[in-house]
Unconditional design. Structure first.
Length: 276
């Protein structure tokens, strides 16, 4: 279903533009548009440096997941409403990525987001939502998208890819299908705070950071939120396998499906999904 929605949305948008230019009335199908915004998972992440403008250079492998937010756009009005199980304390202020994406493409819509992707978990939920808006508007400038949010360019392309630069260089890789178990602790982690901690630990990327995993941000994320280290041990004990931090956290992920993990980690949100 996810692969069909972006093309349908673009088709509706182009048809709407044509009618508007010819002063034809919009139909309800033009006014109300449904979009799907799949989550992303960072399988591996290296921080390759930092630019003079403060943007970090990355070398990462990312995949799209079946887990997705749902967006409904009403082009007759403006505004933002966030509903669903993972709304937490999300703000619908002007800084919200969806509203910033609308401003970038100079479009107006009232957007209702059903949050199925945990927020503040390193799964790119906000970036996925913004990418859905950009796809709908026919926007293809990955450089500008990455400046809006580092994961947005990948979320616009989707699939599986090696991602570099500040997130705007997308090199597609052969898709793989694998089950993924996500464990979301009962707290959020700020991505900007994690990158600031990374800069402190590495003297702004001048010295290496020592760790045994595939995610350079893990030590910085644990510095920002020490409870992450406790959860890593807790998950490893419950699953019998060591988890990997998703992006800047707070989500930990495991390869495969673990049927009894939710019962063992009752204070966390455990989700089973797969790469798309």
């Amino acid at each position: 279903m996810r692969n069909r929605h972006p093309p349908l949305a673009r088709h509706d948008q182009h048809r709407s533009q044509h009618r508007s230019q010819n002063h034809e009335p919009l139909t309800m199908s033009d006014q109300i548009v449904s979009l799907i915004a799949p989550a992303k998972l960072t399988l591996a992440l290296r921080v390759a440096g930092i630019r003079a403008d403060g943007f970090h250079l990355i070398d990462a492998e990312m995949v799209t997941l079946d887990l997705a937010d749902e967006l409904v756009l009403d082009t007759t009005r403006s505004g933002l409403e966030i509903v669903g199980k993972f709304t937490d304390d999300l703000e619908n202020s002007s800084d919200n990525l969806v509203l910033r994406a609308l401003r970038l493409v100079n479009r107006q819509a009232h957007v209702t987001i059903t949050k199925n992707i945990p927020s503040g978990g390193g799964l790119g939920g906000g970036s996925a939502d913004a990418a859905a808006i950009l796809r709908w508007a026919g926007f293809t400038d990955l450089v500008s998208a990455a400046k809006l949010g580092a994961d947005i360019a990948f979320c616009m392309v989707g699939g599986r890819a090696r991602v570099s630069g500040i997130g705007e260089v997308i090199n597609p890789l052969k898709k793989i299908s694998q089950k993924i178990t996500l464990v979301v602790p009962p707290f959020r982690v700020s991505t900007p705070a994690v990158y600031r901690a990374y800069d402190e630990l590495t003297d702004f990327c001048k010295k290496p950071i020592m760790h045994s995993g595939v995610n350079d941000l893990e030590p910085a994320a644990i510095k920002v939120e020490p409870r992450l280290a406790e959860w890593k041990k807790k998950i490893a004990n419950a699953a019998g396998d060591e988890p990997t931090l998703a992006g800047s956290g707070s989500t930990w992920w495991l390869n495969g499906e673990f049927d009894d993990l939710a019962a063992k980690l009752a204070d966390a949100t455990v989700l089973t999904t797969q790469t798309n």
